[in-house]
Design a protein. Sequence first.
Lengths: 208, 910
Amino acid sequence: MEPVAYVVEDDESIRTLWRWLMESNGIAVRTFASAAEFIAEYRAGAPGCLILDLRLPGMSGRDLQDYLKAKGIAIPIVFVTAHGDVRTAVTALKEGAFDFIEKPFSYRQALAIVRKAFDRDAEDRARDARHALVARRIAALTDREREVLRCVIAGKPNKLIADELAISVKTVEVHRAKLMEKMEVDSVAELVQLTFGFSLMEAAPPQD
Amino acid sequence: METWVIVVSSFAYLGLLFAIAYYADARADAGRSIIASPYVYSLSLAVYATAWTFYGSVGRAAENGVGFLPIYIGPTLMIALWWIVMRKMLRISKQNRITSLADFIASRYGKSALLGGVVTVIAVVGILPYISLQLKAISTSFSVLLQYPDIVMPAGLERPPLIKDTGLWVALILAAFTILFGTRHLDAAEHHEGMVAAIAFESLVKLVAFVALGAWVTWGLYDGFGDIFARIAADPDLNPMLAPFGGVGGDYSSWFWLTVLSMLAILFLPRQFQVTVIENKNEDHLRKAIWLFPLYMLAINIFVLPVAFGGLLHFRGTTVEADTFVLTLPMAREQELLALTVFLGGLSAATGMVIVETIALSTMVCNDLVMPVLLRLHFLRLNEWRDLTRVVLAIRRGAIVLIVLLGYLYFRLAGEAYALVSIGLISFAAVAQFAPAALGGIFWKRGTRRGALCGLAAGFGLWVYTLLLPAFARSGWLPSGFLESGPLGLEWLKPLALFGVAGLDPITHAMMWSMLANIGAYVAMSLAASPGVDEHRQATLFVDVFRAEGAAGGARLWRGTASAPELYSLLARFLGHGAAEEAFRDYATRKGLEWPASLSADAELVHHVERQLAGAIGASSARVMVASVAQEEALTMSELRGLLDEASQIVAYSVRLEQKSRELEAATAELRAVNERLKELDRLKDDFVATVTHELRTPLTSIRAFSQILYDNPNVEPAQRAKFLAIITKETDRLTRLINQVLDLARIDAGKADWRPSLVDVRSLVADALAGMGSVFEERGITVRLHPVEPLPSVRADKDRITQVVVNLLSNAAKFCRPQQGRVDVSFAAQGEFLRVDVRDNGPGVDLRDREAIFDRFGQASGGFAAGQSSGLGLHISRRIVEHFGGRIWVSGPAPGEGSCFSFTLPQAT
């Protein structure tokens, strides 16, 4: 799915500016005069970024950010601020905004920052996708396989794993082959890389 | 009877009294007082019963029956009032360490030395007849007893030469004993425990002697009370005696005055004051005394009538004086032992009186007469003497001898002319003069020193004139014409019938006039001028004695500087080092301080020393002495009032404090509110700056970005290029307008706006404005209608400014109208004193909740149809302009979505 630059801006001229700027650079763009319009149109999960004016009539830029966060919608937000709004801008960054640009900005600057936001969005999405994949594969393991997996990642030889789990070395080897297959990896190194940062215990059902 | 028997038994009796006194003193020094008992206290009060009671009552009863009774009814009545009167005098005296009656009165009226002196003189002069009465009784009884078994009246004897006169010897012996009893050492509180013990014993002796005699007469000579009274009733000469108010000369007025007189005497006789007040150990002793003392009076009087009647019956037709019946009756029946007992009883009664009376008087003479004078005689340098106790004792001893000798002198001069009771009543009348000043002093704060002095002087003057001078006249020391036809023959000045008031007995006559003058002068002079600072303070201490507890009441009123060692040496000079050190150590212990290390001479210590000193030399002298070492700052009346009202002031102060703290709280709250308001304003200012920045930068962004695009991309299609250039132009206009508005507003805010009022025709003004911006409406296809009306009044305002308002409203209307079908209606109306203009459009209208906000700075309607197209300052500036000219601007509308109506009014030009 192609990423879209969503622009929420109450000033008509600036909206025109964004529209032209994006379109002439081959970027899909949707403009909204208010936060409410955006909320009505935006479909959660759609890739892209949000260019958001801080000062909007009705629901402000900050309000919209909080709203999206509360809804669990993760989309990189680029705030557009005037000089007097530094404090609000800082708060917005702390709350997870991707970046901000200050009026009056140059169109190149604006373009660059949108591209970076798109990259971030893509990265986030890829990471999320891989996470989802690994989680799915781990979930597919049996309890015993998950235990063996934990021992393998910890670098324990089969003999030790067999002692620890009170099963035969032969059985360990079987589990090991099975889980490598399920995790779709060819080497232990690949396995470690794939599961890095995952808490296996989380995915594991409680042991009795 | 042998002289020596009488003399030896007399001396033996006096020796016994002295032994008792000595023992009591020793016990007191050991801290185990034997007089700290209500019974001893009550018995000591019986010093009231003197030779007058012992011999005189019978004499009086033999003359006019029950006429002797008022002298005992009075004290009994007064005792019933003691709980009110005496308890207060006691409390006052203890708190102020009063040493005598003179001290009491002087203290009350601002520690006046003059008043103390006057009281002392009156007391001494007034009491002299009374002392002479005792001397007369002793010497008469001695002479009579000496003739035993013959009964010879002393009047019948030749007056002996001075050196052989029993009276003189009796006087000297009594003086010596008094000195022994009363002035062996100096007591700081003027307590004479030994004397009190001896007096209590003496009271028993005279009671026993008299009752023994009475019983003997009643049942020995006759056959009981009934027998005696029956015999009198049967005798036509004697039965008038049984009339209820006495026979001869006893009428209601003299009963009344004698009762009053004795009521006052029990309070103000110096010796009664001494035993009742000064020697009192415990206020509670009064409770028992209140019924014990009347009982004693009853016991000692019960046999008076039987003895008198017995004497009258027995000595009928002889020259035996009724005053001697008590002694002559047993002598006539040759009851030698009983006669001697009676003599000793009489001696006892007389000596008791003389001892206590002279001690009391000598204290007064010393403390209130001699010491104040000596201390004021600076050439004596008395206040530099290291030890003044000897001086004080010497003065007192001298005073005792002098008083007793003066009593003897009176006895020689005037004693023979009167019966015992008559002599005594003269003294009663003298001390009664103290009543107005003393009683007024404890119940009436308004009484002043001047009032007391004048009252005492007037009363005493009349007493001298109506009682003392006639006594001398009768004795032949003044020409008899003085009594019979008045001085210099002035009838109305006759001492016994002043201003023609005749037919009264001398005592009633004197009491009436002297009390009238005394009370009149006291009250009148007191009311004539307000009391001074000292008087006011003392009056409060006396009258409010039960309210102001503790000695601190007096100390607080003192202000000044002193040094503790100086105060110590002062006290030591009068009391000796032992007593002074004890006084200081007591004080330090009570205060929880170290003596002499850490004792500072504050007001309380000074007061303490003054009180100690007052016990030795009287309040007024003590005041003089303390003043000599302590530099006292004078208190003004207002300062004193301030001090006295301190308590109420503290209350008022704390109320004021509370009020202040409430005010502070209120001020704090106000400040907090102001601070909040400032913060709010600050926030508004920040908001304003942020908004202005935003509003300026937004068009700047468009201008910058589009011009950059056009510059960087020369091959933008012409249509696009035209569009971008149009945006740049529009945004530049917007920027300019905005900047102008901000500056305009800043000028209005700062009060620097340039207002140029003139007469304005609003309708033509609107028409002009429409003409100027006609293209705007045409472009958008908006129909504008200017409603025709009859001629309108003009308004007084700045034409350009009002045009600004109208253009703003019209362009808003144009902006928000529905495109292509827009309608704008402008109408006018004269409304009271105002002219009203309505600009109605058919746009989306203004939400109810925004109708006020749109007139604020940058206040835009939240759901504006074309939000972002207005700066947000236009309406605000319009409101400022309209309000400046006294008008109003507002928006109304049927409902959101059905258009809005902006209206403003301006006052019509007059």
